[in-house]
Ligand binder design. Structure first.
Ligand SMILES: [Zn+2]
Ligand SMILES: [Zn+2]
Length: 396
């Protein structure tokens, strides 16, 4: 006899509880052995090993990345993707708690497989490398990994209990100036100082910065400023990190940077080249209907999620790119107090604490229940897609 949705929720929660010891062990093994962007080989092997042993069909090295993978239970539509991050931070280890993201996604996927056995559609555990630099999810979006998916679900440990993550769009640009070398005193009128142009660009950017919209920001560094003090620099190069509340605002900001560089080049008699240097992270679009379901399920474990504080932006992530394609959630669940911060040694310690274990199990259960909702309730899928299309149409 077919189970009711409530019974499925009960059963996946029990399945996560039954695997709690294994999931915590996976989280601790990842934590003790941090690996970095695109080189998370042992993490990918550990996670795909668990999934394969449970009966998932595992595809390794997807989207041209050696440490990315997709592990499927069932096929076709409806389809849910659980996103597993597992990269760490050089010098700090798992100071962003991605060991917990991986173990929670794993736990949810295994529980859904235990209970539904691929009969309700497709459950895919997607291994997403290099969130901290490189943007594995952005590469996967481009490769079509999320083309046949109805929802992409993950959680992120943090210092807040927030239903969704205010994440800005972000990209880096290199700006090069070409001048002409000369001896600074021997034949100074021959020299065209490329470094002086770059310094001028910093001045212009500082002026622009005073009237940028909320959340728009430019941070520049000099990456090449000449070779010797007895040569007028013929080449100078800077790198500029741009952020904005939306992808559209980011593109506008990049246009401003380009105009400023070209204006400086015209004024100083140099030539400039402006190039995008990194994968662009889009801003995050929360699927309110799905993050609401997640929050509801999480409250069964005594954890309450609220709206983020207004006007607060917490950086950028490649989940933004996924959220432009499919309904997506990225709630924060606190593993330490609000006066703490991720990307610190204290946060790395918190990612292996007793509180982290409780959050891991609660998040895995809530992810599994939310995924079951997506698979078993066509009306919810339609609502999620309608919300997704409305956000896209509004450019928001
Ligand atoms: Zn991080
Ligand atoms: Zn992170």
């Amino acid at each position: 006899m077919a189970r009711t949705l409530d019974e499925v929720h009960r059963d996946v929660r029990q399945a996560v509880t039954g695997r709690a010891g294994t999931l915590w062990e996976v989280a601790l093994r990842l934590h003790a052995d941090p690996e970095y962007a695109f080189a998370e080989h042992r993490a990918a092997a550990l996670l795909t090993g668990e999934l394969e042993r449970a009966g998932f069909a595992v595809e390794r090295q997807i989207a041209g990345m050696p440490t990315a993978f997709a592990a499927r239970s069932g096929r076709g539509r409806p389809a849910v993707a659980l996103l597993l991050e597992y990269d760490a931070l050089p010098g700090l280890g798992h100071a962003c708690g991605h060991n917990l993201i991986a173990a929670a996604g794993l736990g949810a996927a295994l529980a859904l497989h235990d209970v539904l056995d691929g009969t309700a559609g497709c459950v895919t555990a997607v291994g997403t490398p290099a969130e901290e630099g490189g943007g594995g999810k952005a590469v996967e979006v481009e490769a079509g990994v999320f083309d046949d998916v109805d929802a992409a679900l993950m959680f992120h440990p943090g210092v807040h209990d927030w239903r969704w993550a205010p994440l800005t769009a972000q990209a880096q640009y290199t700006v090069a100036f070409h001048g002409r070398a000369a001896h600074p005193t021997g034949n100074p009128t021959e020299g065209v100082d490329a470094l002086a142009s770059l310094i001028e660009l910093f001045n212009v950017v500082a002026v622009l910065g005073r009237r940028l919209p909320e959340a728009s920001h430019v941070q520049g560094i000099v990456t090449h400023g000449g070779t010797a003090t007895n040569i007028v620099p013929e080449y100078a190069e800077g790198r500029f990190g741009l952020r904005a509340a939306t992808t559209a605002a980011l593109e506008e900001l990049a246009g401003r940077l380009r105009e400023a560089a070209e204006g400086v080049a015209r004024a100083t008699g140099t030539r400039t080249e402006v190039e995008q240097a990194t994968v662009r992270y889009d801003h995050f679009r929360d699927s309110a209907v799905l993050s609401g379901r997640f929050a509801g399920h999480l409250s069964r474990s005594g954890l309450t999620l609220t709206e983020p504080a207004p006007g607060v932006y917490l950086g950028s992530s490649d989940i933004g790119n996924v959220s432009t394609r499919v309904p997506a959630i990225h709630p924060f669940v606190a593993i330490m107090g609000e006066n703490g911060s991720d990307h610190t040694p204290a946060f790395a310690a918190a990612a292996a604490s007793g509180r982290a274990r409780e959050v891991l199990i609660a998040a895995a259960q809530a992810l599994a229940c939310t995924a079951a909702d997506v698979l078993l309730r066509p009306g919810l899928r339609e609502q999620a897609w309608a919300g997704h299309r409305a956000a896209g149409a509004a450019g928001g």
